[in-house]
Ligand binder design. Sequence first.
Ligand SMILES: *[C@@H]1O[C@H](CO)[C@@H](O)[C@H](O)[C@H]1NC(C)=O
Ligand SMILES: *[C@@H]1O[C@H](CO)[C@@H](O)[C@H](O)[C@H]1NC(C)=O
Ligand SMILES: *[C@@H]1O[C@H](CO)[C@@H](O)[C@H](O)[C@H]1NC(C)=O
Ligand SMILES: *[C@@H]1O[C@H](CO)[C@@H](O)[C@H](O)[C@H]1NC(C)=O
Ligand SMILES: CC(=O)N[C@H]1CO[C@H](CO)[C@@H](O)[C@@H]1O
Length: 645
Amino acid sequence: MALLQTVLLVTLALVATALAAPLGVNQDYAIHEKRNIVPQGWVRRGRLNSRMKLPMRIALKQSNLDRLEEHLMAVSHPESLEYGQHWTPAQIAKSFAPSKETVDAVSQWLVQAGVSTERQSRSASLGWLSFEATVEEAERLLRTEYWVWEHEPSQTPHVAATHYSVPTSIRDHIDFVTPTLHFDRRIPGKDQEKRDVQKRDATNSRWGPGSTVLPKFRFNPGYKNIIDELSHCDTDITPNCLRTLYKIPPGLTKNPQNSLGIVEYSPQSFVPSDLDLFFSNFSRNQVQKRPNFVAIDGGYLNETQDLDLNLESNLDLQFAMALVNPVEVTLYQVGDIEGNASFNDFLDAFDASYCAGDDPSQDMSYPDSAPGGYDKPKQCGGVEQTKVISTSYGYNEVDLTPAYEQRQCNEYAKLGLAGTTFVFSSGDYGVAGNGNMCVSDTTGQLQSGKLGGVFTPGFPGGCPYVLSVGATQINPNTSVLAPESACNQVIYSGGGFSNVFSIPTYQKTAVSSWFAQHKPSTYSSKQYNDSGVTRGFPDVSANGARYVVAIDGGYKYHVYGTSASAPTFASVLTLINEARLNVGKPTVGFVNPALYANPSMLNDITSGFNPGCNTKGFEAVQGWDPVTGLGTPNYPKMLEYFLTH
Ligand SMILES: *[C@@H]1O[C@H](CO)[C@@H](O)[C@H](O)[C@H]1NC(C)=O
Ligand SMILES: *[C@@H]1O[C@H](CO)[C@@H](O)[C@H](O)[C@H]1NC(C)=O
Ligand SMILES: *[C@@H]1O[C@H](CO)[C@@H](O)[C@H](O)[C@H]1NC(C)=O
Ligand SMILES: *[C@@H]1O[C@H](CO)[C@@H](O)[C@H](O)[C@H]1NC(C)=O
Ligand SMILES: CC(=O)N[C@H]1CO[C@H](CO)[C@@H](O)[C@@H]1O
């Protein structure tokens, strides 16, 4: 458990050594990072003993990041000569490692400030400088104040500052310093971290279903036949419904190079007998079939039947495995019994050059000293990337700091250079954030969306180097062949504009056309970033309503959410990859540029809204929109395009 460890370490490590030499003086300093919003539930308690020791880490600026997007576009845009010429991990590590100049400049600053080179350690990748400092040293070094904060609901303590500065001469060499502004998000409880939703309070919304009841499964005792099954897709989404909606043929081949990865964070876990129940009804030849299990940092399964634990994993695996069958699905199970592993912990397992530091307040530290915890070092590199990786978890953009987000977002781009597609759910609360929270325009803090407030984009759905997937629905009492709308039952498709990420080149035409033709006159920059120069999301969408999922040994629930949409879209891309690999082409890799260049291979969704923050949100319109993106997959058109490019 990362946070408590930090504090214990701090409390026990009263300094034995003499205080360090005076810190460097007379340097021009500038604020490097500053937090205006403290995540919900955190209260400032007291100052720290000035002689306690803090584990300091400096994330150094990587080289050549200014050319990252250009490199990524070169291998990802179908019109580029280098399309599909993905990089090797060694090429990637070498290109982006911090320069010697950067390492030396930061190290020199520390030496001048009294932190000798012997006290500094560098990660193998040179990505990080670490050292121990007393609170007093760290406060002088960074011109800040450290406080103990407490997460009130869980009474979890945490060391943090709300701003810090570094000399202007080295600002350009530093991404960020920890511990400083970073608060752990995973504490506030399950409902904030799990995106798939089976029930939600929607009583306050005239756009909602007006009822809080969990949709009970009014399931017939089995469908009479496929016609019967397909005539109930407006109420019961099955794999056959999705195949019909998006014209996906059943899979036939299993290219050994192809793979789809599904990421789950412990304690979430699938239940094998539920998989078999689902397969026995909807994918008969997969009974007894399991995903390839890859444990990261102590990842483990808990086969207890418990809705909260099984919902996400059962949903993702049942549908993804059925849709891509017979292609293999890999389950990346991340984190030990403490739970709380982060996206960075997952990325570390692929890329040793990203590892070796992270943020001790945000990411887990391993070995984990908790009873039963993962007692080995954090997994750094060595885990193989599948060609498509689907994740149905997310943060609010305001929960994390821009520097932390930018560094992680760049990592998705780097792994995209290697030919992997990262697919993320865009969020289930429309323009509001996780748990239906919006930022108050008076206090600047997160508050219930019922009270209104500023729209709250998600992360990493708003990172321009992932494919962000929103949710659609088959309208009630309409056929599986009729056009879908933005999801308007139980959940609303997450969408909007980032406050952190600039608009990527591949998206400029689509987004500026939305601003020119569809910018809502009722909102201003008070509601969302209407500058037109930031990343809009989602990119695409797929059905996210009324999934039939085997849970707790039966079919008692319908499952809703972009949590369902993400693995569905990821499955479509996996089938496209299968077709490409079978004719000797590379995988689609970072797929956004190809999709935006050829939007007609998606079914444009032109009705529905994504309410939140006491507004009706945005509207799904012709062309790209911040509700359903470019639209849902049209498999035959995608296939034709991707086999000829
Ligand atoms: C699932 O299969 C069982 C056994 O064949 C059958 O009794 C049940 O009705 C099926 N359920 C559905 C939803 O098809
Ligand atoms: C498995 O899940 C059950 C139900 O939530 C819980 O009581 C039990 O402690 C879990 N076991 C492990 C090893 O995590
Ligand atoms: C759908 O049809 C059923 C049965 O005809 C009806 O009871 C229900 O109100 C209809 N729902 C909607 C949203 O039109
Ligand atoms: C809008 O985005 C720009 C560019 O990232 C940023 O500078 C600005 O602060 C954002 N506005 C708000 C209100 O966050
Ligand atoms: C430090 C921390 O975030 N601890 C949390 C880890 O996750 C469990 C639930 O799985 C919470 O109870 C802890 O508070």
